[in-house]
Design a protein around this ligand. Structure first.
Ligand code: CA
Length: 314
């Protein structure tokens, strides 16, 4: 059965990357829980999907005047003690409306921004209490940008992970990044022994200077395999909609990666935002598990995805 990775926690139900969403994902039996990592002004590692705060917190109300010239608020411009005063909200659009209308309502609730250390402690305590081993899946967000802002996240992250017992390749942790140079830096310069995941997006997303069109070729994947243990492609990289609009077909990327020894962990499986070519969440999950044979699923709905895999006898 593919591993279930709780994408930003059980984010289909509670605001992304809040501790309650992480506890819920644990209770739902996620195999891994994701943490997106950004750095504060005082070099603390906090769990936030984005380097910016304004669409997931009430920062604009609490700290008017702390925006940059682009009218956005950046976590890097705030000390941890300041971030702790914010309400963390379900993701919203620029106009304040919810990105996902059926989820926890935007601009409501009493949730907080938290540190990576706090989240690891929560997961480890829940692991002890439930006698289950849920792993962690941290992503270094925008490493090159952070370096320009005066902080190098990778060594800070590795030190913290080691403090919490994540030191060896077999430990229950995957470190992910969109930036291929960062993965080589982790492996070659910092001697990181942990499992590494190369995220693959679209060049126009501007997540990194990485050329994803090249990474998705045989030669590109060979380069990735020299450093990483897995790829995290966008799910639309792995299939094409059939001519009849129904019979979806594999692009071959999963097979190519498997042939090179790379596991395949696509993102993001959302029952309220189905990709082209699928009419139900069951169909989507089972196609990726059975037809493509992926090794893990990033999902906002860990419980539903798990149940579909069970019912489908995957
Ligand atoms: Ca992420």
């Amino acid at each position: 059965m593919p591993l279930i990775i709780a994408h930003r926690g059980a984010s289909g139900y509670l605001p992304e990357h809040t501790l309650p969403a992480k506890a819920m994902a644990h209770a739902m039996g996620a195999d891994y829980i994701e943490q997106d990592i950004v750095a504060t002004r005082d070099d603390e590692l906090v769990v936030l999907h984005d380097i910016r705060l304004d669409r997931v917190t009430d920062v604009a109300t609490k700290f008017p005047g702390r925006r940059r010239d682009d009218d956005r608020y950046y976590a890097r411009d705030f000390d941890l003690v300041e971030l702790r005063t914010l309400n963390a909200w379900e993701r919203m659009n620029a106009d304040g409306s919810a990105v996902y209308a059926q989820r926890y309502p935007a601009q409501t609730g009493h949730f907080r921004v938290h540190t990576l250390a706090e989240e690891i402690e929560l997961i480890q305590k829940l692991n002890n209490a439930t006698r289950r081993q849920t792993g962690i899946y941290p992503e270094i967000k925008r490493p090159a940008w952070h370096r320009e802002q005066g902080v190098d996240i990778a060594p800070l992250l590795l030190t913290q992970l080691a403090q919490y017992g994540y030191r060896n390749h077999d430990d229950p942790v995957f470190v992910q990044c969109f930036d291929d140079a960062e993965l080589r830096y982790l492996r070659e310069d910092l001697g990181c022994p942990l499992k590494l995941v190369q995220l693959i997006g679209e060049n126009q997303w501007q997540e990194a200077d990485t050329d994803y069109r090249i990474l998705r070729t045989a030669d590109g994947l060979k380069q990735v395999a020299a450093t990483a243990d897995a790829i995290g492609p966008w799910l639309s990289h792995l299939y094409a909609v059939g001519h009849d609009g129904e019979n979806n077909v594999a692009t071959g990327l999963t097979q190519m990666a498997h042939d090179l020894g790379l596991a395949v962990h696509p993102y993001t499986f959302r029952s309220d935002d189905l990709p082209a070519g699928f009419t139900t969440f069951d169909e989507l999950v089972l196609f990726f598990a059975l037809e493509l044979g992926v090794d893990a699923l990033f999902t906002d709905f860990p419980d539903t995805a798990r149940q579909i895999l069970k019912d489908g006898r995957v």
